[in-house]
Each structure stands twice: as C-alpha cells, then as structure tokens.
Design a protein. Structure first.
Length: 97
C-alpha cells in the first residue's frame, strides 16, 4: 500500500517588498497542515497587536508589527492555495478534420 502524497507549499509567494522587490518569500516543501497552523499563529498575534494598537495612541509599534505579521500570514495562505489548486485545463490544440 502506498502512502498518499502530502500537499506542500510551492514557495512562489513573496511578501514584504523593498524597492519593488520581494525581501522574503514563502519556502517550498512545507507540509500544508504545518503551514496553515503557522499562518493561524501569525494572524492570531496580528489580531492581538491590532487590538493593542487601537487602545495605545502613544506609539505605532503595535500597528507595524501587526502589519508585518498579517503580510506573512497572508503569504502563507496564498502559497497553500496555489499548492492545492489544480492548474487550469488548457484547451486542446488539435485541429478538427
């Protein structure tokens, strides 16, 4: 009996851009379940920091931390979606006779 293949990230999704170039990219080969668990953790922290930022008017450090964590979480989810979504079917190039 063969083991079913585990879906993994493909590593095509960049995030955090500097000078119009991606500074970071999601790594390929990470099991989807582990990647989604990490995205959940990142987004949980971003939510908590966003709430703190709403109440602390003295600094923007919470807002920026939440912004970067959200970008990271979104990139992981986008990469997982690319990994598990089948490519579009291309029409046949055969000519009818």
């Amino acid at each position: 009996m063969t083991q079913p293949e585990v879906a993994k990230t493909i590593g095509l999704t960049p995030f955090i851009f500097c000078a119009d170039k991606p500074l970071f990219r999601v790594n390929g080969g990470i099991p989807v379940d582990a990647a989604l668990a990490m995205a959940s953790d990142l987004l949980f922290l971003a939510k908590a920091l966003s709430k703190d930022a709403a109440y602390d008017r003295e600094t923007d450090r919470f807002s920026w931390a939440a912004h970067y964590l959200t970008s990271m979480g979104k990139a992981v989810i986008d990469d997982v979606v690319k990994s598990v979504t089948p490519p579009p079917v291309k029409p046949s190039m055969k000519v009818a006779k």
